[in-house]
Design a protein around this ligand. Structure first.
Ligand SMILES: [Zn+2]
Length: 115
């Protein structure tokens, strides 16, 4: 278990370690925020360096408004203002369900990991 702090609240998370993580490298936790209304969307485990191009469903910690998102829909939208964050895809190389994100519509904040 690791902890992150968001708005002075501690949140316990269990990082996911699997073959995808091994391939990409050290995980970090990002807080995803709507760029339009600043609503918190979810926490996300990003494995390895580089831009966040897609959010894999199995890396999303569904706290905040992500809980209310209907995963059967094609588009991933802000539950507060309706801004579209991305489109649901299957990342073919790995056959993983993901959202291909529009990087202008999501703000990413890297959180410090505490033991
Ligand atoms: Zn919004």
């Amino acid at each position: 278990m690791i902890k992150v702090i968001v708005d002075r609240k501690k949140i316990n998370l269990k990082l996911k370690y699997d073959r995808y993580q091994k391939k990409r490298g050290k995980p970090k936790i990002l807080l995803l925020i709507c760029s339009n209304c600043r609503e918190k969307i979810a926490l996300y485990q990003k494995d390895g360096p580089g831009w966040l191009k897609r959010c894999y469903l199995d890396r999303i910690y569904p706290i905040y408004t992500f809980n209310k998102i209907n995963l059967n829909q094609k588009f991933f939208k802000c539950q507060k203002c309706g801004q579209i964050f991305g489109e649901k895809i299957i990342f073919k190389k790995e056959k993983r369900l993901a959202f291909k994100i529009d990087r202008n519509n999501i703000l990413r904040k890297k959180l410090k990991l505490l033991d």
